[in-house]
Design a binder for this molecule. Structure first.
Ligand SMILES: Cc1cc2nc3c(=O)[nH]c(=O)nc-3n(C[C@H](O)[C@H](O)[C@H](O)COP(=O)(O)O)c2cc1C
Length: 222
């Protein structure tokens, strides 16, 4: 296999360029493993947050570490909707943090984190993050992401939205957060609720900078 090198390339490395080892290193360098926080808050549809965590576990090679924080209200809302959050699964595969543990690594900007996803994000948590009150570890970790200019993806779930909700989202968007409401797409022709959750989870992976192979992407085969 012939490889054309750009000017200035380290020519002494030529012998390893076309080897499988080279492509392995290239892949590793282009997809650096992520350290992230995933928070589940008390909005409807906790199944989505749970599904997203399972998707992370299935694709664990992309992650160095995933912390999980579940708010007290998330637990209550899930139970109210007849869905039990599987804390045994979370403890087994992730580092589960207490929402009041302000001494945890993710409460400090000096901990090297790549980003955070709040999924689903209640209007209460959204407003706390927008105002920077830092009442619990979820708000604090999100605040840290904003101040350190790290990726913060918020998946709000409420309808309809009041001007207060919209103003908070606008403020957060200006501060650098990505507002990604849970709105299903239909061009991928979902056949089940799982399909909807899966495709949405893949879009959140995209936002984290992790591109999973998926045939349902728009015109991917053309
Ligand atoms: C069954 C149920 C469903 C709820 N659904 C939503 C929702 O979809 N969006 C929302 O913003 N709040 C919703 N709430 C209200 C939040 O749970 C409440 O504001 C809570 O304080 C959120 O706390 P947290 O953000 O710390 O988890 C719901 C509450 C209950 C009991």
């Amino acid at each position: 296999m012939r490889v054309r090198l750009p000017p200035g390339a380290p020519f002494h490395l030529i012998p390893i360029y076309p080897t499988p080892f080279f492509f392995f290193v290239l892949k590793y360098l282009t997809v650096m493993k992520k350290r992230i926080v995933v928070a589940l808050t008390g909005a409807s549809g906790l199944k989505l947050g749970d599904y997203f965590l399972r998707k992370i576990e299935k694709n664990k090679d992309f992650f160095e570490k995933a912390f999980v924080i579940v708010s007290k209200n998330a637990k209550f809302v899930a139970e109210s909707e007849g869905f039990n959050l599987d804390f045994d699964f979370y403890k087994k595969h992730f580092e589960l943090l207490d929402e009041n543990d302000f001494a945890s690594p993710v409460a400090s900007g000096s901990y090297p984190l790549d980003g955070m996803v709040v999924i689903p994000c209640s209007m209460s948590s959204l407003s706390s993050i927008a105002t920077g009150v830092g009442l619990n570890l979820i708000h604090r970790a999100a605040d840290v992401c904003l101040k350190e200019k790290r990726k913060l993806i918020l998946v709000p779930r409420e309808t309809p939205l009041s001007p207060i909700h919209l103003e908070n989202m606008h403020k957060l968007s200006l501060a650098g957060a990505v507002i990604a409401p849970f709105i299903p797409s239909f061009y991928n022709k979902p056949q089940s609720v799982e399909d909807v959750l899966d495709f949405f989870s893949i879009r959140i992976f995209d936002l984290l900078g992790i591109t999973l192979k998926d045939k349902r992407r728009w015109r991917i085969d053309e």
